[in-house]
Ligand binder design. Structure first.
Ligand SMILES: NC(=O)c1ccc[n+]([C@@H]2O[C@H](COP(=O)([O-])OP(=O)(O)OC[C@H]3O[C@@H](n4cnc5c(N)ncnc54)[C@H](OP(=O)(O)O)[C@@H]3O)[C@@H](O)[C@H]2O)c1
Length: 503
């Protein structure tokens, strides 16, 4: 549906995604529809890649009669002004109240010196145990005294992991590697049934995962299935098959992508949002659970192999790397915490917030403090050299010339290795070396600087000159239209709605 909307020639309508009981709004409340939580993760990426879709998610109250829920939804739909960006993109209704989420800082004071005791007569299961993070956590468990580890992955250990495995075994630990697909319930059941009864399972760390990144336009259901399988089916299998076992911990290795999205990772964000949802779901059922939304780790794991370019991208977006030492230290503390979900992400807040075309209101708590040292994109737009004002002063030919120049400049920023003079304005952007994520970046820059929203396909197929013509035409059309009364719309909206509560 998202792909179809993006390919429409006309301005797409706002996209509303509605779930029912998929979000934990009140601590430890029962969330019956945990399966729907992945949609919220995907939506965060829709918001980042395509702000023009105005993607809003609403979680309705499953305890309310259908007629009441329908009324709430209708109120939201009718009251949101169509002409301006919505203030809140994530909403939930519970007990007749409207809730909006806010990210809050985890209080470091709460990181008490309490640790979960690791037992030498119990078994600990790590899925993805031969991967970078899995193996690091396995070594830590052995250091803490664990003597029975089960490391699960689909492949056999490579020569590279033999040495750390050997090191753990030399301490006397029984480290078993087992080949199985965690998304296959029968395989997981067989492995759990085969555990030595003398050493019952006491802890689970679910660190299995695969990536298949790509912009939403390039995504397919098959690519989603690949990424969702180990996280969604895998976590659910582990949950179902261990429900009756007295576990000390059940840790889900989730990602920052699920928490606030990441361009090009819609499937990964969806998969991880499910892990977050499952942690809340389990806690509501008095089962141990902790979902850690990790930022990128250095040295070990999938992110350690990221290209120089991706590393730079991460840095420009204000996000740093977690060293294995830091990661394990934080993990040790978190394991003993009474919380369902924590994000562990090194963030330079001013820079991070500046990287958004539109800062999600979910981050408002941080944007107000970060604003003191930094300007948000909307302010930059106002002071950005006034390109729209310049365009207004010129006739069509000169306008296109200015837009050509503007686009070529933006391309040198995005393509990095291209100088201004080397940009051939007659060949398609793809031929210039733009991939789909870069096209999205350019589209969002244009939308921010010129307040013009063109379909993403224009940014893939066209040359700079063609794009300048399209933008110039669109600019002329927009300038001829009367501005809509957005302020009045917004006022109408606030009158209609009930009180807002912040969680
Ligand atoms: N590394 C980071 O910076 C980072 C950041 C945020 C979140 N995370 C999360 O942390 C977890 C571990 O990450 P990592 O960097 O250690 O990844 P990794 O090195 O790629 O390891 C992941 C492991 O999962 C296994 N796996 C994949 N699909 C499986 C399946 N269906 N059944 C069983 N095992 C499966 C893989 O082995 P086989 O292919 O042999 O099955 C692989 O060994 C992942 O869930 C990841 O999303 C990592």
């Amino acid at each position: 549906m998202v792909q179809a909307l993006l390919k429409t020639e006309s301005k797409p309508p706002a996209l509303w995604l509605v779930t029912q009981g998929s979000q934990t709004v009140i601590r430890d409340e029962a969330v019956p529809a945990v399966a729907q939580s992945s949609l919220w993760g995907m939506a965060r990426v829709i918001g980042l890649e395509h702000p023009e879709l105005n993607c809003v998610r609403v979680d309705l109250d499953p305890q309310m009669p259908a007629a009441v829920q329908a009324k709430r939804l209708a109120t939201e739909l009718i009251s949101q002004p169509r002409s301006i960006r919505l203030e809140e993109e994530q909403l939930a209704w519970r007990n007749g109240q409207r809730y909006i989420p806010r990210l809050v800082r985890y209080n470091p004071e709460q990181l008490e010196d309490t640790f979960v005791s690791i037992r030498d007569d119990k078994t600990y299961l790590i899925t993805g145990g031969l991967g970078g993070l899995g193996l690091t956590v396995a070594s830590w468990l052995v250091d803490q005294g664990a003597r029975h580890l089960l490391l699960l992955g689909r492949s056999r250990p490579t020569a590279e992991v033999e040495s750390p495995l050997e090191k753990m075994r030399q301490t006397g630990a029984d480290v078993i590697t087992v080949q199985a697909d965690v998304s296959d319930q029968a395989q997981v059941a067989r492995i759990l049934a085969g555990l030595d009864e003398r050493y019952p399972l006491r802890g689970v760390i679910h660190a299995a995962g695969v990536l298949d990144d790509g912009a939403l336009l390039q995504q397919s259901w098959q690519r989603f299935e690949t990424v969702l399988a180990p996280k969604v089916s895998g976590a659910w299998n582990l949950h179902r098959l261990t429900t009756d076992m007295p576990l000390d911990f059940f840790v889900l290795f989730s990602s920052a992508a699920g928490l606030w999205g990441n361009r090009g990772q819609a499937n990964h964000a969806a998969a991880n949002a499910f892990l977050d949802g499952l942690a809340h779901y389990r806690r509501a059922h008095d089962l141990p659970a902790l979902s850690i939304d990790w930022g990128a780790w250095s040295e070990v794991g999938a992110a350690a192999g990221m290209s120089q370019r991706d590393r730079l991208r991460l840095k420009t977006r204000g996000q740093g790397l977690i060293s294995p030492r830091q990661g394990i230290e934080i993990f040790t503390h978190l394991l003993a915490q009474d919380t369902a979900q924590v994000g562990v992400i090194p963030v330079d807040w001013p820079q991070f917030l500046n990287s958004f075309e539109v800062v999600p209101s979910f981050l408002a708590t941080f944007s107000t403090s970060a604003l003191k040292t930094s300007r948000l994109p909307s302010e930059q737009t106002v002071n950005s050299g006034g390109l729209p004002e310049q365009l207004m002063q010129f006739a069509s030919a000169k306008r296109k010339e200015l837009l050509n120049h503007y686009l070529a400049e933006k391309l040198t920023q995005i393509l990095e290795n291209k100088s201004f003079d080397s940009i051939n304005t007659r060949v398609s952007l793809t031929e210039l070396g733009m991939d789909s994520l870069m096209s999205i970046e350019l589209k969002n820059m244009v939308s921010r600087d010129l307040n013009i929203s063109l379909s993403i396909t224009s940014f893939i197929d066209s040359s700079v000159e063609q794009l300048a013509t399209l933008l110039s035409d669109q600019f002329t059309r927009t300038a001829l239209l009367q501005p809509e009364s957005s302020a009045a719309d917004a006022d109408d909206r606030s009158d209609d709605l009930e009180e807002e509560f912040v969680i």
